[in-house]
Design a protein around this ligand. Structure first.
Ligand SMILES: [Fe+2]
Ligand SMILES: [Fe+2]
Length: 276
């Protein structure tokens, strides 16, 4: 099998050896910047989350955006997002979620009656992408499947991860959109990456993979499997109620974001902040 390495590696070096990574996810922006979904002003939430995070005392070295940047596939919305991210002056990388490669018709209808239409991913979303520090490698993969809500660990991603982890034994943080461990929530677990065992089998061979971050689930969770800490992160948009089997918004939870502080000695500290 041929493996494509379409993106250049990026290198990050910090004076104190810590890598402070800000994860934001599930922006779900619409063409109309005034769009409000379930009481959430989506554009305002995105900008407020970014502003609040970057006003903290913590230095931000990298911004990871883990998918569902939009709810309508439209290049103008991406340009709005990239402009805002570029204005921070901080390196950033964005990966696709299901909504970045799928449009829905009949949004006023119950979910089961909507039609899902495959769309090509925005060209500036990255896949098979490495960001390296002297002590860490951050590996980004695209789990989206055009026209579907559920994701997939694509065979070329398995090959690419195997090649990358074989040639580099630095501690690794893996970033993707879909969840790869069930969330004890039947409706959303029907839409996880459909073949998580493929990934877990691979990771069993590479103990340097210490952590995995994802979006998609619009809620906070921390789990452990095979020595990997798995972080689910709240959306900047609207939140889903944890551990229920039918879809429900979480009325109480505020939009949020996650910090991951990667230390030179391999320790990870991670925590979620909510919009004030
Ligand atoms: Fe989402
Ligand atoms: Fe999603």
């Amino acid at each position: 099998m041929t493996v494509s390495l379409p993106q250049p590696h990026k290198t990050l070096v910090t004076a104190d050896g810590f890598l402070n990574v800000l994860q934001i996810t599930d922006l779900h922006l619409h063409e109309d910047p005034a769009t409000i979904i379930h009481g959430n002003h989506l554009q305002h939430n995105f900008e407020s989350v970014l502003a609040q995070a970057l006003a903290e005392a913590l230095r931000c070295d990298l911004i990871l955006v883990t998918g569902d940047l939009v709810s309508e596939v439209n290049p103008d919305i991406y340009e709005r997002i990239y402009q805002r991210l570029r204005a921070t002056g901080i390196p950033f990388a964005c990966i696709a979620g299901n909504h970045d490669v799928t449009d829905e018709t009949g949004k006023q209808l119950p979910f089961a009656q909507r039609r899902l239409i495959a769309q090509p991913a925005n060209a500036d979303l990255v896949n098979h992408y490495v960001i390296e520090s002297p002590d860490w490698q951050i590996l980004l993969i695209d789990t989206s499947v055009p026209g579907q809500v559920a994701g997939k660990i694509h065979p070329d991603s398995v090959e690419w991860l195997r090649q990358q982890l074989t040639q580099c034994d630095k501690r690794a943080l893996l970033a993707l959109h879909h969840h790869v461990l069930p969330m004890q929530s039947a409706w959303i677990d029907a839409h996880m990456a459909a073949n998580p065992a493929v990934l877990w089998d691979l990771l069993a061979d590479f103990p340097q993979v210490r952590a995995l971050v994802h979006g998609h689930t619009h809620q906070e969770q921390v789990r452990h499997k095979q020595g990997v800490t798995v972080y689910a992160t709240p959306a900047t948009s609207y939140q889903f109620l944890p551990q229920v089997d039918e879809f429900a918004y979480d009325q109480e939870a505020r939009p949020g974001y996650r910090w991951l502080q990667l230390a030179a000695n391999g320790e990870i500290k991670s925590w979620v902040q909510r919009l004030g």
